[in-house]
Design a protein around this ligand. Sequence first.
Ligand SMILES: NC(=O)c1ccc[n+]([C@@H]2O[C@H](COP(=O)([O-])OP(=O)(O)OC[C@H]3O[C@@H](n4cnc5c(N)ncnc54)[C@H](OP(=O)(O)O)[C@@H]3O)[C@@H](O)[C@H]2O)c1
Length: 344
Amino acid sequence: MKKYNVAVVGATGAVGEEIFRIFEEIDFPFNKIVPLASERSAGNTITFNNGDLVIKELTETIFHEEEIEIALFSAGGSISEKYASFAVDAGAVVIDNTSHFRMDEDVPLVVPEVNPEEINEWKTTGIIANPNCSTIQMVQALKPLDDAFDLVRVDVATYQATSGGGKEAMEELVTQMQDFFAFKLDDSEHKAFPHQIALNVIPQIDVFMENGYTKEEMKMVNETIKILGKNVEVCATCVRVPTLRGHAESLTLTFDADVDANEAREILAKAPNIIVIDNPAASEYPMPAACVDKNETFVGRIRNDIYRKNVLNMFIVADNLRVGAATNAVRIAQKWVEIQEATK
Ligand SMILES: NC(=O)c1ccc[n+]([C@@H]2O[C@H](COP(=O)([O-])OP(=O)(O)OC[C@H]3O[C@@H](n4cnc5c(N)ncnc54)[C@H](OP(=O)(O)O)[C@@H]3O)[C@@H](O)[C@H]2O)c1
């Protein structure tokens, strides 16, 4: 099997570090893996497979110089906007974790458990987009239920961890908690979030749009429709909570057909990369603290609506840095390699 030259752009970030950890855990056909970041980090090293890799500066020519064939971008939308084309021109496929290309109609937006066939469309632009973290875990649970009962509407409220905002956002929560125990919380600064996040919840992620929804909420609307390939109604309320890692979502799903919670539970238990934890009598259900470092989406509290036979409620949780970002990107890379090998 051919071995590939891989670059990770944003190698020192919350998502980039997780990509390296996943690559250590799986058997990926590498020739080499090149960590890229800003000039601030260039020259530092990261540990990978018991050795040291030197971080290189992201430049316009680096993809060509390193003969990169697969470039995983997670350094922010403006970096992808500026540098993805240099990677594509050097002959690489770009797998982009930022929101920059997601709604471009020529760029496939892929969750491998849902629409893997769309990876084939990478050749149009050379870019495959990774969806928003909250969207990925949600569509993984929606797809098998849509196939069975024909989904017409999703009402979702999220409980999103601080790591969704990157490393600095996690540090802001930790610092504020330390300030709380030092009786200094009132003087604590907030930069990553619009308010204090310690001992608080904030019903705003990203900026507000003219329609009263936030950009994060509209990402869940638009990306879900694009990935499922159908005009399902989505109403999202995205909330930041003072956890470090793992996004939770409370879902109310309306189907065209009547739905039975037991049948839904069985369908979800057989779905790829979904684990059902649903034993209320023993207080067993998905929680952020139990999903850290896991590559699956956890589903529980599956129950019929009290009033409507075609409505189902459930609670889902996944590690946003893994399932919501790094794991999905690496799974896309694995499928892309499979396609290259199959079409040789
Ligand atoms: N966190 C999540 O749950 C999540 C989920 C899905 C998607 N994403 C997306 O993934 C991207 C990264 O998120 P993150 O949470 O990993 O952020 P982060 O922890 O803040 O890391 C940012 C990374 O970008 C690099 N970077 C910044 N400016 C750069 C420049 N001018 N040139 C090269 N590299 C530069 C940083 O390198 P230095 O260390 O050198 O500054 C660092 O490696 C964002 O677009 C985010 O929306 C995040």
